[in-house]
Design a protein around this ligand. Structure first.
Ligand SMILES: [Cu+2]
Length: 271
């Protein structure tokens, strides 16, 4: 009887905890409400199955408890039951996976008007590069990284000379404008994660990963590294500030371009 009670408490406790937990999602700040919808679908499916299975086990423990003279019936095969369980499981798993495939397709189908923003990760720092007036990022190579050229931008590529370089500082973005996030790592695996944007992507040395989103409200958000990347991993935090277009322009004008960085000739301190 104690086992039945524990199982019943497990079900009721889990459902109550889920509904009343203070550790809920941060309020969303991007267009990716679809990602929340897929999570809610998964919560519902796994929740219903969890409640169903645990309640069924509790029922069986109680209903078929030991009684003198009771004998179990031997039934090794039951085609109907097997078909029902196998197809039910298949439908449940498909219902959890299929919406994600649609959302993923949208997540990596970048609209033409999305402005490129490069995020560069290293142990244990976030740096950023924004295109200058030409709207294009210049070519870059990890091999070209020097203390004066922390992101390895190609000096011979004229589209890169006006690129804005932010080493270890804050990233600012204008609200309501789609951005194409290009992710580069110059040492080990990292993962760019801003919970409010519902956006997250691995950063792999030697390749550029990407996704896009539109910030939908102003505010200051934490950038977290979501891939264990060494002893400094928990401290690998960055900041992204979403602001109105005019504030964004004012901020942008104060940032240094690649040309200015090269002219200053000295390694920039990470602040
Ligand atoms: Cu990291």
């Amino acid at each position: 009887m104690a086992v039945v009670l524990i199982l019943a408490l497990l079900v009721v406790g889990s459902v109550l905890f889920h509904m009343m937990s203070p550790w809920w999602w941060t309020p969303i700040a991007s267009n990716w409400t679809y990602i929340d919808s897929t999570l809610i679908i998964t919560f519902w499916i796994t929740g219903v199955v969890f409640v169903g299975v645990v309640s069924f086990v509790a029922y069986c423990v109680w209903r078929f408890r030991h009684r003198p003279g009771n004998r179990a019936a031997y039934e090794p095969e039951n085609r109907r039951l097997e078909l029902l369980l196998a197809s039910g499981t298949a439908i449940g798993v498909a219902a959890m996976l299929v919406p994600g495939l649609f959302v993923w397709n949208q997540f990596i189908t970048v609209p033409n008007d999305a402005a490129p923003v490069e995020v560069v990760s290293q142990q244990w720092l976030w740096s950023f590069r924004l295109p200058g007036a030409d709207g294009k990022l210049g070519r870059s190579k990890t091999r070209d990284i020097t203390p004066e050229n922390p992101l390895g931008v190609n000096k011979n590529d004229t589209t890169g000379l006006d690129d804005v370089i932010i080493e270890g500082g804050e990233l600012h973005l204008p609200v309501g404008k789609p951005v194409h996030i290009l992710l580069r790592s110059i040492d080990v695996l990292h993962d760019f994660y801003v919970p409010e944007f519902r956006a997250k992507m691995d950063m792999i040395p030697g390749m550029i990963t990407y996704f896009w989103f539109t910030p939908t409200r102003t505010g200051t958000f934490d950038i977290l590294c979501a891939e264990l990347c060494g002893v400094g991993h928990p401290q690998m935090r960055g900041t992204v500030v979403v602001e109105e277009a005019a504030d964004y322009q004012a901020w942008l004008e104060q940032q240094q371009t690649f040309t200015q960085l090269l002219a200053s000739g000295v390694p920039q301190p990470a602040n």
